[in-house]
Design a protein around this ligand. Sequence first.
Ligand SMILES: [Zn+2]
Length: 402
Amino acid sequence: MIYCRTVYSDYSKREGYHLQPTKSVILPVKTSNRLFDDMDLDLNGELMPVVDKTPHIGIQRAFKDSASATIEENLKKARRSLYSLMASGLHGENGLDPVTAISLVKTYIIPVMLYGLETLLPNGKNLDLINKQYKKMLKQILSLTTNVADPAVYIISGQLPAEAEIHKRAFTLFGNICRSGNTSMEWRIAERQLSITPLSKFLWKKFISTKVNSYWEKRINDESKLYPTLSYLEMSYKIGQCHPIARTVDANIRDIAKIPVRLKIATGTYILQTNRAAFNQNKIDVVCMLCKCSEETLAHFLLGCTRLEYVRKDILEKITNTCSLLFAKYNLAVEVDLLTVVVNPYAYCITSAHLELTNDINIHLEPLCRHLIYRLHHKRYELLNIMPKKKNRKGGIKYKTF
Ligand SMILES: [Zn+2]
């Protein structure tokens, strides 16, 4: 080791460059039980410090757990890039529309967050940590509540889970090694470990993408069936696409403002009396506080409550008309449930053959449903005298006064 250090030092002197003193450290690697306590090495007369972790080309190398150290560092950097994008409107409510926000995250945050993890392949606790942060970030950007069911995050954003992203990157790296030719060290290690038949870069990327995507699409869709709150969103996970209910045809600020409450209704996290009663230890009355005549369920709030009838009447009529027109146009022989139409009108275009129907819903039906939900929510809050919460900069809650 001392010899190594002398060689490096001499070489740098001969070639006329300086070895960076802050980056030249000693990282003991535990290969035997021998301890390196008494090892003193010096570089150009200065003692080299012994550390337990140090970065090397952006990846943290640690005495114990390199994956954990790298993840910690990556999350820190990802959080900083997230904050730096806040100025351009990347923050839940009243900012950019979800589609744009997700594409910003995909371009600027995810590469930072997952940097170098394809070589470390985190598992167990480390993988959980990164998954948790990743989900938390997506929830914040989509203005979903923290208690929303996991599959909902992926269904709405159309993103792959962090684990799948890491796997994809690992496979891509493997593909690069396979194509690098038998002179490279990596290729020779791979050959020694397993037999390899290289595919072209394009074919390999396509191959792993299809495999990883189809696995996760099935898994998330299967999981979505297990959550009662997601009954309106089941089986609608499409990778690479935000769910259409999070999309607006033209990104104007008034439409964007209606999306958060719409997503809460669709993911079953909008708090009605029935939810409150189910999750609260204290006895809570399930009866609707507006009309006081029946239980406040989603159906009651959206379609039944008499106190909200005057808000609902015209819009609902338009929805029913548009709906029957569209469904007649495409010969849909299914029983149409009005509640499903309002919560997620796309539930009826399951096969890809319904692409045109999806487009028509985007333009004609979805804006009406979004508007209806927003108006009802607004009126309900107004009648119940609930002021919208506004968080101030210090994280406390400031009540908005009109
Ligand atoms: Zn009511």
